[in-house]
Structures are given as structure tokens and as C-alpha cells.
Design a protein around this ligand. Structure first.
Ligand code: C2E
Ligand code: MG
Ligand code: MG
Length: 762
């Protein structure tokens, strides 16, 4: 039971802990994912912001350059156009004032002026003197469109520059194109490796096709590439996505793989020429910092998780061991390792519920002395040995336990007494043979009590019944000097129980008046009248049970309580006779049974004398019945007592004559007044074949008559009995033919109310 409970509790606990771990993992995972996402989002936002800044710088530069060009174009009128030298001068000055690298003017006729910082101004120049990119923007401006060129290497300055060109109007007519080349500071930042994301990223500038316009020196891809789509770095799907986004001039986040590492990047449109800022996150710098933070959180989380799991397992093991200890404490005997009584009871309950079996209890003869004689160690060794023998002797489905001290209980599936006896004898013999103590002179013996669940027709016993019965059987087995087995017997046990009750309740019963005076009438066979009565005790318990004297008188004789009871009954008889006298009823003589113990009490005669005086009852109304056994021991002493009592007036009757060692010899020696023939005589005499018994009775009655002793026949049950005792000359008859012993009150009513004071039997 405990085991099951603990197991269930452990299971529950494990489920809780497991749920906790799951919740912990889920929450931790969610936090990590959240942190990761937030970090990604932050990095993305940061990248967008930084890309946006570059974009603004580029746009501002373009805007400024365009504005300057537009303003200057407004000053170029026909006056300048017609005078090339003047134009050249003007351009030179404008170039100086605005920090352009080169300034160019071309008319619709294809002739132009080129002013380069640090170089001589060229007049009358042709398109061929312009770089390819410069020519493109100039031609576009001549056609009416202001534009910016791609990045190119200036022939004049040798720097990487851009060319801007705006149309020059004369009224509504485009008369020429004003162009300038400039380097943009950020480009040199990018090229020189200035980074974004606090060092964790870099920037390229791409054209609308994905070709590099400016490529950072910090690039992770070391190979010389002309386009981001070159090489295997962008996956096909990413490539596709990026291309689509670029077509729509949209911002896009994607990633490429290089050297096994994935690098996220942002493509931010610049809004000029379809260019893009290509911003790559290398995972260092800023993002490295946040990655480290996330990693720290991650490691902490896994650390805690591991700790929790470790503690969980450690806790589980501790708890399991603790439970194991608990169970062994609850179910096992620490000395022998056998199971203990509570475990045994549990198993017995189940075993008896499933079928039949027997419980045997064994104990060692004089166990407490063994400790003293051989010491605790040796005795403990013996107990352990019994445990081992028991292990060997029990079969499948059988079990045993050590209760306390030397007491072991075994459950055996057997119910056949013979087989049980053989098995238990073998078990006990082996214990004795193998015991170290047996190597000394000491006579080791084992007692065994057995209770069988279904025993010869008696109703099946429950586990409780068996456990209650087995100690009684064990108690019975005790006392022998060699191994002894005793089977519990229900009938025997009832007797024992009653004896126990009697012994433990007798004093209280006497105090509470539970012993009642009953009277059985005796018929005067000569007159046919009620002659006398015998006082017989009945024990009426407070539970309403009536106990007959043959149940308790023998025990009281053994334990001496008979003296108290007889004194009490004597007094009851005196009181009864007194009561009759007081009520004006003619009293009849009453016989009272006297036990041997009382008879030889030193103050016995004195007690009787006092009673006579106290109740003022003539002593000759009291007949003291004694048993023949008294005479066997010391007839002379008995005769002295009889003499004393007779001189006081009491009559002495010898009860149950013929039941024991009676002999006519005894009769001759004792000076008794009355002889009561045991009812065994009549019982045997009724058998017509027993003519000899009749003869003995006849002779006894005759002899008694000759000795002046009156005779009472006991156990007169039939008229034939009466006929017979009358025929042999018996004086008095007593038996069920006349009446059973009845309570004093009933006796009064029935026998003591006749008008003339004499009750006549029919
Ligand atoms: P007992 O003195 O020989 O008493 C006669 C017993 O025979 C009584 O049993 C009585 O009930 C029984 N009896 C009488 N007529 C018949 C009959 O026709 N047939 C049969 N089968 N039995 C008959 P009870 O009352 O059970 O007493 C048993 C014995 O207990 C007495 O035998 C006597 O020895 C003893 N006893 C009874 N009362 C006392 C007492 O107060 N003190 C002492 N010391 N012994 C007592
Ligand atoms: Mg008697
Ligand atoms: Mg008798």
C-alpha cells in the first residue's frame, strides 16, 4: 500500500518536474527567439538607417552639383557662347569657385571648352576629347535632359569621378550643355573601407543591373567580381528575388553565402540611375555585440536548463532512494531482512482473498533465556538463520515475516494438516539441526502454532481470523522440550475462551451477585413427599448468559476461588431457610456442596457456627455434601472434621458415590449420615444387561442401611429408575423425573406454597 502510494507520488512529482522543464524550455526558447528576432530587427533597422544616411549624402552631393551647374548655366548667354576665350575664362573661374574637377561647355555644333583644375583650359575641343561617360551626359544635356554619369576614371584628374550635365538655354532653345565632373566624398569613404554597423558591415554601390559601381575594400568576397550575381554566392531563389526587387527599385533584405558562412545584406535604392546601396552585415561589430549578448543569454539558459535537469535527476534519485528506505523501514525487519508484520498482513489479506491457506507462527523455546545464556549476537544469528531456512522452505505464492523477538509467521498455501505437519516439521528440524546453539548441550526447540483457513467443515476463516487464532495454537504448543506443532481448534478455543472469561470475571461476578442459588427437589421415596433439596449454583452473567457449574467449579477448585464461592452459597442457603421460616413456611433440609479446600479451611467450623448463630437456623436443616476423594487422602482427619460438624448438628453426605474410586471400604470408614449414589449407577443400570450394577447398587444401599446411613439416588430420570431405586430400598430420589434445579424464587413458588406445608409429587 505504502509502496503503491509512494510510487504514485513519485510519478506525479516527475510529471510536475517534466512539465516544468517543458514550460521552461518553451519559455526560454520563446525568449531566445524573441531576442534573436528583436536583434535581427534592430540590426535591419540600423542597416536601413545607415544605408539611408549614405543615400542622403549621395543625393545631397548630386543635388548640390546639379544646382551649381544649373545656376552657372543661367549665366552662359549668347555673349559668352560667341566668345570662346571669354567662355573659357568664365568656366575656369566657375571651376575654381565650385571645387569641380573639370568643367565643360559644348555647343550644339559639337565644339566646346574644357577647364580642368590644374590644367590649361582647352578651347575648340571636340566630343572625342571627353571621356566616354562625360560624352554621354553632355549629349543627353544637348538633347534636353540633365543627368549624372556612371563613375569613371577622369582622364584629366586621374580620379574616379562622376559627370553631371545640364542643358544651357537661350530662351526656349537649347544652345549647349554645361557639364562638370566631381568626386563624391562618400565613395572614397566606401572604397577606403569605412564601415557601417559599427564595423560589422560594409557597403558597395551597385548600378541598376547589380554591377559594382563602387566596391568596398572590406568585402568578404575576395574574388574580383563585376556583379553581385557573379559567382555562386547568391542562391538561385535569392538571385531571382533580388532581381525582381531591383526591377521595381524596391528595398530588399536577402543573404549570400561565402566560405560556408551566411551574410545578410540590404539592397537600398538610391533613386538615381537605378543605383543601389548594397549593405552587408558581416556579423561583427554591432551585430557581434548583440550576438554575444544573445549567446550569453543562450548559454545561461542552457546552463540553467542543464542544472534543472541535473537537479531533477539528482532529486529523483534521492527521492527514489529515500522512498526505498522508507519502504524497507515500513516493510522489512532490519535485523533479519525478512518482511515485517504489516507487510505480512497486507499480503495475507490478498492471499486469503484469492484462495485457501494456513498461517503458522513459530517461536523459540525459552527465547529470553537464550539471550542470557548465549548472548545477543548468537541469538540474532539464530533469528537470521531462521529467516534463511524460511526462505528455503516456502514455495511459490507463500511468504513469511518476522514479527517481534523470536516470532515468525508463515503463510503456506497448504490446508491439509498432514502435509502441513510434514512441511513444518522439516522446517523446524532443519532450524534446530543447523543452529550453532545446537552444537552445545542446550536443547533447542521450536514451537509452532497453525491456523488453517478452511478446516474440516468449519466456515472459512478470514485473514483476521487466522491471525487471531494462530497465537492460541502457538500458546498451546509451548511447554514441550522438543519441537512441537499445534493446530488451532475452534471447539477447544471456545472452551479456552470461556475459561479465560471465568477466570477474569469470577471476582467481579461474586461481588455483583451473578452466582445464583438454584434448588433441586429431592423426593422422600417412603412418603412420596418433597423431603429436601440440593443447592446448586448457576452463574448468570451480566450479558444474560447462564454458565453451569461443571464449567467453572473444577477451575475454581484449582485456583482456590471455590472457597469464596462455597462460603457465599452457604450463606445463601442459610438466608433461604431463614426466609422460609420468617414467612411462616415450614423449611426443608437443604444440601450444600462443599469443596475440599473449604472443608479443610481452619476456620471452617467456626464459619458455620457463626452462620447458624447469625441466621438462627437449626444446623440439622443443612446437609454438607463432600466428595469421596476427601476420604481417600486422610480418612481419620476427615472423620474428626465430620465429628465436629455433626456435634454442631450438621448432616454430612458423601456425594457422587460410585463415580470414582468409591469402595464399600470407604463407606465403612466414614461416619457420614447420607450417601448419594452417583447418577452413573442409574445410567448403567438402565441398561438391562447391567445386572451387576444393579446388584452393586442394591448391596451398597443395603450396607448403608445397615450402617445407619440414608441413601439418595441421583439422576432419577424415568419412572423405571424410580421403580428400581424404590425396589432396592433407597430413601431419597433426585433427578429430572421430579424437577430440574430451579431458581430459589421458582422453587418457592412451586414447592413451598402448599397449604399443609408438604409438597407431594404425583
Ligand atoms: P452434584 O452435586 O452431584 O449435583 C447434581 C448434578 O446433577 C447437578 O448438576 C444437577 O443439575 C444434575 N442432575 C440432577 N438430576 C439429574 C438428572 O436426572 N439427570 C442428569 N443428567 N443430571 C441431573 P449441576 O447443577 O450442573 O452441578 C454439577 C456439579 O457441580 C454438582 O454435582 C456439584 O459437584 C457441583 N456444584 C454445583 N453447585 C456447587 C456449589 O455451590 N459448590 C460446589 N463446591 N460445587 C457445586
Ligand atoms: Mg451434590
Ligand atoms: Mg452428585
Amino acid at each position: 500500500m505504502i509502496e503503491e502510494k509512494l510510487r504514485r507520488q513519485m510519478q506525479k512529482l516527475m510529471i510536475y518536474v517534466f512539465c516544468f522543464v517543458i514550460v521552461f524550455v518553451i519559455c526560454g526558447g520563446a525568449v531566445l527567439v524573441y531576442l534573436h528576432n528583436t536583434n535581427n530587427k534592430n540590426i535591419k533597422e540600423q542597416v536601413i538607417v545607415e544605408a539611408g544616411e549614405y543615400k542622403t549624402r549621395i543625393l545631397k552631393q548630386f543635388e548640390k552639383d546639379f544646382q551649381t551647374l544649373s545656376t552657372l548655366s543661367a549665366f552662359i548667354d549668347s555673349h559668352y557662347i560667341s566668345d570662346e576665350a571669354l567662355l573659357a575664362e568664365r568656366l575656369e573661374q566657375a571651376n575654381r569657385d565650385n571645387n569641380f574637377l573639370t568643367m565643360v561647355y559644348f555647343g550644339q555644333d559639337g565644339r566646346g571648352v574644357i577647364s580642368t583644375t590644374g590644367n590649361e583650359t582647352i578651347t575648340g575641343a571636340g566630343f572625342s576629347e571627353l571621356s566616354q561617360e562625360g560624352m554621354k551626359v553632355v549629349k543627353k544635356a544637348l538633347a534636353g535632359t540633365a543627368s549624372v554619369s556612371r563613375l569613371f576614371e577622369s582622364e584629366f584628374s586621374g580620379q574616379r569621378v562622376f559627370a553631371y550635365a545640364v542643358p544651357v538655354y537661350d530662351g526656349d532653345e537649347i544652345v549647349g550643355a554645361l557639364a562638370a565632373s566631381d568626386h563624391i566624398a562618400i565613395f572614397s569613404d566606401i572604397v577606403s573601407g569605412n564601415t557601417v554597423l559599427g564595423g560589422g558591415g560594409y557597403i558597395h554601390i551597385l548600378d541598376s543591373e547589380g554591377d559594382f559601381l563602387v566596391r568596398s575594400s572590406k568585402t568578404v568576397v575576395q574574388e574580383e567580381l563585376s556583379s553581385i550575381f557573379d559567382g555562386p554566392y547568391l542562391s538561385e531563389s535569392s538571385s531571382e528575388e533580388v532581381k525582381n526587387a531591383m526591377q521595381r527599385q524596391e528595398r530588399i533584405f536577402s543573404s549570400f553565402t561565402y566560405d560556408g558562412e551566411t551574410y545578410p545584406f540590404l539592397l537600398e535604392p538610391v533613386d538615381i540611375n537605378g543605383w543601389y546601396i548594397f549593405c552587408v552585415d558581416t556579423g561583427e561589430g554591432l551585430s557581434a555585440n548583440s550576438s554575444v549578448s544573445i549567446m550569453v543569454v543562450q548559454i545561461t539558459f542552457f546552463g540553467i536548463l542543464l542544472l534543472v535537469i541535473f537537479m531533477m535527476f539528482r532529486g529523483y534519485r534521492l527521492l527514489r532512494n529515500y522512498n526505498r528506505d522508507l519502504i524497507s523501514m515500513a516493510y522489512f525487519d532490519s535485523l533479519t531482512g525478512a518482511e515485517n508484520m504489516s507487510r505480512f498482513r497486507q499480503r495475507l489479506e490478498k492471499a486469503i482473498g484469492n484462495g485457501e491457506g494456513s498461517v503458522a507462527a513459530i517461536s523459540i523455546r525459552q527465547y529470553i533465556f537464550l539471550n542470557e545464556i548465549f548472548g545477543r549476537e548468537k541469538t540474532n544469528q539464530l533469528l537470521c538463520q531462521i529467516k534463511e531456512e524460511a526462505d528455503r522452505h516456502i514455495g511459490k505464492g507463500e511468504f513469511f515475516c518476522r514479527d517481534t523477538d523470536d516470532r515468525f509467521f508463515l503463510f503456506l498455501k497448504e490446508t491439509d494438516r498432514k502435509i502441513l505437519r510434514t512441511r513444518l516439521e522439516a522446517f523446524m528440524d532443519e532450524i534446530v539441526q543447523n543452529a550453532e546453539i545446537s552444537r552445545t548441550d542446550y536443547q533447542l526447540a521450536i514451537y509452532c502454532g497453525v491456523a488453517v483457513s478452511s478446516d474440516g467443515g468449519s466456515p472459512e476463516k478470514t485473514a483476521d481470523n487466522l491471525m487471531e487464532s494462530v497465537p492460541f495454537a502457538l500458546e498451546r504448543a509451548k511447554g514441550s522440550h522438543s519441537n512441537n506443532i499445534w493446530f488451532f481448534d475452534t471447539e477447544l478455543h471456545k472452551i479456552e475462551e470461556l475459561e479465560n472469561y471465568i477466570e477474569s470475571h469470577m471476582h467481579q461476578a461474586l461481588r455483583d451477585g451473578e452466582f445464583k442459588l438454584f434448588l433441586q427437589p429431592q423426593k422422600n421415596l417412603k412418603t412420596g413427599m418433597l423431603g429436601s433439596a440440593e443447592a446448586l449454583v448457576r452463574w448468570q452473567t451480566e450479558g444474560g448468559k447462564s454458565i453451569f457449574p461443571d464449567r467453572f467449579i473444577p477451575m475454581f477448585e484449582r485456583n482456590g476461588f471455590c472457597v469464596n464461592l462455597d462460603r457465599y452459597m452457604l450463606e445463601q442457603v442459610f438466608r433461604q431457610i431463614r426466609s422460609w421460616t420468617d414467612r411462616g413456611i415450614k423449611p426443608i433440609p437443604v444440601s450444600v456442596n462443599q469443596s475440599k479446600l473449604l472443608f479443610f479451611e481452619p476456620d471452617y467450623v467456626q464459619t458455620l457456627t457463626e452462620l447458624v448463630r447469625k441466621y438462627n437456623v437449626p444446623a440439622n436443616l443443612i446437609t454438607l455434601e463432600i466428595l469421596e476423594g476427601l476420604a481417600l487422602e486422610n480418612a481419620d482427619e476427615l472423620n474428626i472434621k465430620i465429628d465436629q460438624l455433626q456435634s454442631l448438628g450438621f448432616r454430612i453426605s458423601l456425594d457422587d458415590f460410585g463415580s470414582g474410586y468409591s469402595s464399600l471400604n470407604t463407606l465403612g470408614k466414614l461416619k457420614i449420615d447420607e450417601l448419594k449414589l452417583d447418577r452413573d449407577f442409574l445410567l448403567s443400570a438402565s441398561d438391562s444387561k447391567q445386572g451387576r450394577v444393579k446388584l452393586i447398587m442394591e448391596q451398597t444401599v443395603r450396607l448403608a442401611g445397615q450402617l445407619g446411613i440414608s441413601t439418595v439416588a441421583e439422576g432419577v430420570e424415568t419412572t423405571e429408575d424410580e421403580e428400581f431405586i424404590k425396589s432396592i430400598g433407597c430413601d431419597v430420589g433426585q433427578g429430572y423425573l421430579y424437577d430440574r434445579p430451579v431458581s430459589a424464587a421458582d422453587f418457592d413458588k412451586k414447592y413451598m406454597q402448599s397449604a399443609d406445608g408438604n409438597y407431594r409429587f404425583n
